[in-house]
Design a protein around this ligand. Structure first.
Ligand code: ADP
Ligand code: MG
Length: 789
């Protein structure tokens, strides 16, 4: 049961049974009656004071009377004392006055009230004890309220009791005083009666004496006279006594009156006491009711507590049942788990042992692991050293093998590229393609010339549909070998309009070998950047009429000279040839643009000019292997040769003839050099032209050369195509080996000779100094080609 609920019930009970402020009017009444009693007490005190004064006055009067009557009453004193004693005795026998009885009653009543109060206190203590017992229950708050109220009531009762005691004390005092006054009054009355009696007796005696004396003679008369005199005195005294008596009687009356009033006051006091008692009784009944209510509440609470306990108990029982069921399940589980626990314990113990041994094991393992690692590191280091040694040896071997391969394969290779038919070729039978290809062999092409099909075998033939990409793929191995420190030359040879510039430079959207080679070099250099430092630089030059000009220089017209290096290394160099360092494709584009602009400003007809001059792009790649300190320098020379068409034959004159002669001479010189190189002649005529002289380093030794022979497929160009292909085949037909060495005496055919040669005719032997040439392989292919035709 909740505390609020209990409190609510208690409050509602109080509202139903009692006025909300009921105890206070009672207190107020008690207080008012207290005040009234206080007033009454004051009044009585005043009256007592007045009585005391009166009594004092009376006493003084009595003292005066007694002094006056001392003589007469002296002898009566003893009697009076006796009488007083008698009165006291009688009084004690009578058992006290009414007031005393009242007082005794009040005392008894008071005692009874005290007993009841004690009983009330006992009950209160019992209640407190019960409250203490009920301290833990939820009705503590209500009990505290009730207790407080009880305390308050107790306090009020205590106050009322104190007031009552005070009143009783007052009554006691008043009763005592009244008793004293009564005693005195009685004494006075008795005294007066005695005095009266004594006086009357004396009066009688005197009258008797007078009468007896009257009966006697003279003497008697004298005596009578004396007695008369005495009698007059006595009479006077009697009168005085009587008046005195009268006064005393009045006083007694008055005292009686006072007594009566005091009795009345006593009665009113008793009434007040009765009222107080009634109030106390009412208050007690209220207390009892409150107690009863409290008990009731406590009972209700007890019931609720019991009910709650019962509910809790039943719930607990249900839960207990569930718990029991669970317990049973757990027990069964426990039974099944026990074997598992045993195995677990066993495992745990073994694990514990392992854990205990683990640090030692770990240390041991670590020690051995460290030793192993150290050993492994040492092994790896030694392996690395060994590998590095092997790698260097391999590098050397590779280079050697490469050189050997190049030597075996020939470091000069000849490719042919046939451009597609263009608008410029016009229409009609002349614009028909005279070139066909071998489906089975990409190194062979057939030319229909003057009704005859002539077949040529090159290292590789690119048909018109071959893309720039495909062409570059075949070239890129050469380009990258430049990174390894080889010198490379790629020439584009052919008549004007055969596609040399297209192959070398290409268009902006479809670049040629030049740009692709540089891009490839950049990416290769980047991929090797971990071990190598590379620097790439470019020069752009032109050879026109045997004059070398720097197209990147400040003065492009200036003719440059090729000179021997002064260091005595035998190397050539071109003083004043500009070399641009390039790091990106953007740099290359800038360089090309610059070179192009220089070339344009230097000539009136670019197309014509370009076809009459050799254009060179010289790329130098310098590398440093950071691990070995090895330095390499490779040169990639990309040459767009002048048109190979036979100008001189058409009877050109003047500058045109001179141009043609220069071109013929330089192309023949190139052919001579290549032939001499390929046939491993002792003397290579590099100095016969500016071009070969400039490229001397890049053509000799283990350098690599690619001749890209460009041809037009158009019927009308078949003669020029034939010449170009003859040039290509002748370059290629120079065989390596002992036979080729014999070719030392043979010179390169002139353009005219080329033109005059016919395929398949015996004249081809002009390139071969002995009838045994050309070699069996070429002859057999040729035979095959001829039979197919
Ligand atoms: P050259 O430099 O030998 O005088 P060009 O490179 O200027 O010849 O080529 C002449 C024309 O033929 C140009 O218009 C060029 O675009 C075109 N041409 C050459 N080769 C190809 C090819 N493989 N594919 C498409 N067009 C080509
Ligand atoms: Mg060109």
């Amino acid at each position: 049961m909740s505390l609020e609920k209990a409190g609510g019930r208690f409050c509602s009970g109080k509202r139903a049974g009692l006025p909300a402020q009921r105890p206070f009017p009672v207190i107020q009444k008690v207080v008012a009656s207290m005040a009234h009693l206080q007033e009454e007490k004051l009044r009585l005190q005043e009256e007592l004071l007045a009585l005391q004064e009166k009594l004092a006055a009376r006493e003084s009067e009595e003292i005066a009377v007694s002094v006056q009557l001392r003589g007469q009453v002296e002898n009566l004193k003893a009697n009076l004392r006796e009488q007083a004693q008698e009165i006291g005795r009688l009084r004690s026998e009578m058992g006290g006055t009414d007031a005393e009885k009242h007082r005794d009653l009040l005392v008894a009543e008071n005692e009874r009230l005290r007993q009841e109060m004690k009983a009330g206190e006992g009950e209160l203590r019992e209640l407190r004890r019960q409250q203490a017992a009920c301290r833990d229950c939820t009705h503590l708050q209500e009990n505290a309220g009730l207790q407080e109220r009880l305390c308050q009531l107790q306090r009020e009762a205590e106050e009322a009791r104190a007031k009552l005691a005070e009143l009783e004390l007052e009554v006691q005092q008043k009763t005592n005083r009244l008793a004293e006054v009564e005693l005195r009054l009685k004494d006075s009355l008795a005294e007066r009666a005695q005095e009266e009696e004594r006086l009357s007796r004396r009066l009688r005696d005197s009258q008797e004496t007078i009468a007896s004396l009257r009966a006697q003679p003279q003497q008697i008369k004298y005596i009578i006279k004396t007695v008369e005199v005495e009698s007059a005195k006595a009479k006077q005294a009697l009168c005085e006594s009587q008046s005195r008596n009268q006064y005393l009687q009045e006083q007694v009356g008055m005292q009686r009156q006072v007594l009566k009033e005091m009795e009345q006051q006593l009665q009113s006091s008793q009434k007040t006491a009765a009222q107080l008692r009634a109030q106390i009784a009412m208050y007690e009944s209220e207390l009892e009711r409150a107690h009863g209510q409290m008990l009731e509440e406590m009972q209700v609470m007890e019931d609720e507590k019991n009910r709650a306990i019962e509910e809790a108990f039943s719930r607990a029982q249900v839960e207990m049942k569930a718990v029991h069921e669970n317990l049973a399940g757990v027990r069964t589980n426990l039974l099944t788990l026990q074997p598992a626990l045993r195995t677990l314990t066993h495992d745990y113990n073994s694990l514990k042992r392992q854990v205990r041994d683990f640090p030692l094991l770990l240390q041991e393992t670590l020690r051995s692991a460290r030793a192993e690692i150290g050993q492994a590191i040492e092994e790896v280091n030694s392996t690395n050293r060994e590998l590095l040694r092997k790698y260097r040896r391999e590098l050397q071997l590779r280079k050697k093998c490469h050189n050997e391969l190049v030597r075996l394969k020939g470091n000069i290779r000849v490719f042919g590229r046939v451009r597609p038919i263009t608008k410029e070729d016009g229409e009609g039978p002349e614009a028909v393609s005279a070139v066909t290809f071998d489906a089975d062999d990409d190194a062979v092409l057939h030319l229909l010339h003057k009704g005859k099909q002539v077949s040529f075998e090159l290292d590789k033939v690119f048909p018109p549909q071959a893309s720039q990409e495909e062409v570059f793929q075949e070239v890129q191995a050469l380009v990258t070998s430049c990174i390894d420190g080889y010198n490379v030359c790629i020439f584009a040879y052919g008549q004007t309009g055969a596609g040399k510039t297209y192959t070398m430079e290409g268009t902006s959207t479809n670049p040629g070998i030049n740009q692709r080679a540089l891009q490839l070099l950049f990416s290769e250099v980047r991929s090797k950047a971990a071990d190598w430092d590379y620097a790439i630089s470019v020069s752009v030059a032109e050879i026109y009429n045997e004059a070398l000009r720097d197209l990147l220089g400040k003065e492009p017209q200036e003719k440059l000279e090729i000179k021997l290096c002064p260091d005595g290394s035998g190397q050539l160099y071109v003083p004043g040839l500009t070399e641009f360092s390039v790091q990106s494709v953007e740099d290359i584009n800038k360089v090309f643009e610059f070179g192009h602009v220089n070339r344009v400003t230097e000539c009136t007809n670019l197309n014509e000019h370009s076809s009459r001059s050799h254009a060179l792009l010289i790329i130098t790649v310098r590398g440093l292997d950071r691990s070995t300190g090895l330095r390499t320098t490779g040169k990639l020379n990309l040459v767009d040769l002048a048109g190979s068409e036979r100008v001189g034959r058409s009877g050109a004159e003047g500058s045109r003839l001179r141009e043609a002669q220069y071109i013929n001479r330089s192309l023949s010189a190139l052919g001579d050099v290549i032939y001499a190189l390929r046939s491993r002649q002792g003397h290579v005529p590099f100095r016969n032209s500016k071009l070969t002289y400039l490229l001397q380093d890049s053509l000799s030794g283990d350098s690599k050369t690619l001749m890209m022979v460009q041809v037009s497929p158009a019927e009308k160009n078949s003669s020029e195509t034939l010449c170009s292909l003859k040039f290509a085949e002748r370059v290629r037909s120079v065989e390596l080996g002992p036979v080729s060495r014999k070719a030392e005496l043979v010179s390169w055919p002139s353009q005219e000779q080329l033109e005059g040669d016919l395929p398949g005719s015996s004249s081809r032997g002009h390139a071969s100094p002995s009838p045994g040439l050309p070699s069996g392989r070429t002859t057999s292919i040729r035979r095959k080609l001829q039979t197919s035709a």
